[in-house]
Design a protein around this ligand. Structure first.
Ligand code: ZN
Length: 157
């Protein structure tokens, strides 16, 4: 496994629409392993392939219950609403308030190409939405109700 560099906001790779993953091979497995290591080192809850410079529809999410790998994911159901704090490893030091569904169900493939569904509430639902947006070139800041001021960020600790 290896740490990959996380692309920062301003890099055009983060504004592009990703292509589907077609090959479920050793290279994909390597990418996912590297993304998990990179995510854990950065103490994040999710990472999308474009954030490490790969324009393919692959994301990982880990809200503290283990890594969930989502290949070619699609949101197939959602409900409710949550308004909460959101940040992104590609936008270090910044935080915003977003409005997201409180429940999200995702259909995806695993690293071997097998289809499955997974659902989540609260933080997990938010993470699914945030990471899937990256695959369409969207950063949460574009959807934020507002961004926190430097003083508010300081108060977060
Ligand atoms: Zn992000």
């Amino acid at each position: 496994m290896a740490i990959r560099q996380i692309v920062k906001e301003g890099d055009p790779v983060l504004t592009k629409k990703c292509r589907p993953v077609e090959k479920f091979d050793a290279r994909l497995a390597q990418l996912l392993d590297d993304m998990a290591e990179t995510l854990h080192l950065a103490n994040g809850v999710g990472l999308a392939a474009p954030q490490v410079g790969i324009l393919r529809r692959a994301v990982i999410v880990d809200v503290g219950e283990g890594v969930i790998e989502l290949i070619n994911p699609k949101i197939i159901a959602f409900s409710g609403e949550q308004e909460s704090l959101e940040g992104c490893l590609s936008c270090p030091g910044e935080w915003g308030i977003t409005r997201r569904p409180d429940y999200v169900k995702v259909k995806a493939q695993d690293r071997n190409g097998n289809e499955f569904t997974v659902d989540g509430r609260e933080l997990l639902a938010k993470a699914f939405c945030h990471e899937l947006d990256h695959l369409d070139g969207i950063i949460y800041k574009q959807k934020a109700i507002r961004m926190l001021t430097p003083k508010e960020i300081e108060e977060l600790g």
